[in-house]
Design a binder for this molecule. Structure first.
Ligand SMILES: Cc1cc2nc3c(=O)[nH]c(=O)nc-3n(C[C@H](O)[C@H](O)[C@H](O)COP(=O)(O)OP(=O)(O)OC[C@H]3O[C@@H](n4cnc5c(N)ncnc54)[C@H](O)[C@@H]3O)c2cc1C
Length: 491
């Protein structure tokens, strides 16, 4: 029987392992931490359930497909519930904008901001649907292994003016600045600066509208556990708490892996979803190839990091929706601080996650679970002493939420803890503590991104956020589809 090792049990590694195992490849999934999930880790604290990362589940069909490969329904393992509105966007002047795929409601919301923008929004939607079809439906799960594949994509890239930024394209359709922010912030969800990221990423807007926004009952980690259950039912082996320290090679072949505990196993092929820099610089450090690619990756642009504060409070807040964005007084200036100058801004744009409003089981009775997330520069741009800085920074975020949304928040606190760029670096081996791997700019997308199969070691593969198409659950699950196709074709 053909064997494969998949390194890293985040969404990308799990999706790839399920695909391989479903196709009859005996697959071993090796995870460094004691729980699977990667960015989608989970903590249980004082009766509260805190999901570590992804919370906005889009394109459920790409997940259902993983169960369908073996003729099983996803509902066997996971209960997905719709979230409405998708998000509430809030500005410092008190304006709220509820964003969803309920068209009449959305038009009314847009008209409240600027009636003249309703028609422009419709044209933007057509644009977004076009890039979604070309960029996601046609190319989102197809590997770009040679430059010719990039040339083939060029006409679509030109048609949709991919060299322009998301914000620039959005601004050509709508005039109200708040609406421009509301329709362009989505690229931040995959690590891209709306001011510089290719307009192709406007496809996320259509992706959300077409497939909806969902929440896994019990939290995102319930979805991870469901994927693990499926993988193990299919006969796959999961090895937890044992980081891979070396991908072994012989000539131009990967031959197996070796872990920190000293476990060593031979495999017919190896796929890594460890951070792409870690994979080449550390796991392949004994090879010329590893050293060369790591050097090239050093010159790339890495997406920013994040600071998260998780908190559980007394009281329930039915008026605060599941997902909120609290925009700050600045948009472009804030993004420049984070992406260019490397300054941790004094003001914030925050994403606020409130899962207990959808699933009260995420908190003890009469209490609520939240996390607030602020994008911050990665450690290469701002090498701060986060150990010293984090408590005060977290306090300022809580103050902002108390002022704008939850009066008396500090007195209601039952538990709180934070997660900083240093934690991304330490727990996940994330280069520079980047939350989303390589920054999604046009010159680092598709063929310009780490290839799903190594150019010189033909049975060594890559999957996850650092590969095509990029970060986000649909992105890494798409990368798994592209990588699995290559691996299965090579059998
Ligand atoms: C705070 C946050 C919020 C987000 N919100 C959303 C959202 O709402 N919706 C959305 O779609 N996306 C969201 N994203 C993005 C999304 O979570 C990620 O892009 C995606 O989960 C990455 O999956 P992955 O498989 O590429 O990597 P990861 O999840 O990072 O998994 C990599 C795994 O590899 C393991 N590993 C690393 N090195 C080794 C080694 N040497 N040996 C063994 N194992 C190793 C790690 O421990 C980890 O478990 C968010 C990301 C963050 C950080």
């Amino acid at each position: 029987m053909t064997t494969a090792a998949v390194i890293g049990a985040g969404f990308g590694g799990l999706a790839l392992a399920i695909r391989l195992q479903s196709a009859g490849v005996q697959t071993t999934l090796i995870e460094a931490r004691e729980k699977p999930g990667g960015r989608a880790y989970v903590w249980e604290k004082d009766g509260f359930t805190f999901d570590a990362g992804p919370t906005v589940i889009t394109d459920p069909a790409c997940l259902e497909e993983l169960w369908a490969l073996s003729g099983q329904p996803m509902s066997l393992d996971v209960d997905l519930v719709p979230v409405m509105p998708f998000y509430r966007l809030n500005w410092p002047d008190g304006t709220n904008f509820d964003y969803s795929n309920d068209e009449p409601v959305l038009r009314t919301e847009i008209a409240k901001l600027n009636p003249a923008d309703v028609a422009g929004y419709q044209r933007f939607l057509d644009y977004s649907a076009g890039v979604y079809h070309e960029g996601y439906e046609k190319l989102g799960a197809v590997a770009f292994l040679d430059f010719a594949s990039m040339i083939r994509a060029a006409p679509s890239l030109a048609r949709y003016q991919a060299w322009r930024s998301v914000y620039s394209v959005v601004s050509s359709y709508v005039k109200d600045e708040r609406l421009r922010q509301a329709l362009s912030f989505h690229s931040l969800l995959v690590g891209g600066n709306p001011m510089t990221t290719s307009a192709i990423y406007a496809l996320i807007h259509k992706l959300e509208k077409a497939g909806g926004v969902w929440f896994a009952k019990g939290g995102t980690h319930a979805l991870v556990r469901g994927m693990v259950a499926l993988f193990e039912r299919l006969g796959g082996q999961l090895r937890l708490g044992d980081p891979v320290v070396e991908i072994e090679t012989s000539g131009d072949k990967a031959t197996g892996v070796c872990t920190a505990s000293g476990w060593r196993e031979s495999f017919d092929s190896v796929a890594s979803k460890a951070d792409v820099m870690t994979s080449y610089a550390k796991l392949l450090s004994g090879t010329e190839r590893g050293r060369k690619v790591a050097k090239a990756l050093e010159r790339k642009r890495w997406s920013p990091s994040l600071f998260l504060i998780h908190f559980g409070i007394k009281g329930v807040w039915p008026g605060i929706p599941h997902h909120m964005i609290l925009f700050g007084p600045r948009y472009e200036g804030l993004l420049t601080d984070i992406y260019k100058t490397g300054v941790v801004p004094k003001d914030f744009s925050l994403y606020l996650h409130h899962p207990s409003v959808t699933d009260p089981g995420m908190a003890p009775e009469g209490c609520s679970t939240f996390y607030a997330l602020a994008p911050v520069p990665h450690l290469g741009k701002a090498p701060l002493d986060w150990e010293a800085f984090a408590q005060g920074y977290g306090d300022r975020i809580l103050d902002e939420i108390e002022r704008r949304l939850i009066p008396g928040l500090r007195e209601r606190l039952v538990t709180r803890f934070h997660y900083s760029p240093r934690d991304f670096e330490r727990d996940l081996g994330a280069h520079l503590g980047s939350a989303f791997s390589l920054e999604p700019v046009l010159t680092q997308s598709a063929w310009f991104r780490t290839h799903n199969r190594d150019d010189l070691i033909p049975n060594l593969y890559f999957v996850g956020a650092g590969t095509h198409p990029g970060a986000g659950i649909p992105g890494v699950v798409g990368s798994a589809k592209a990588t699995a196709k290559l691996m299965l074709e090579a059998l």
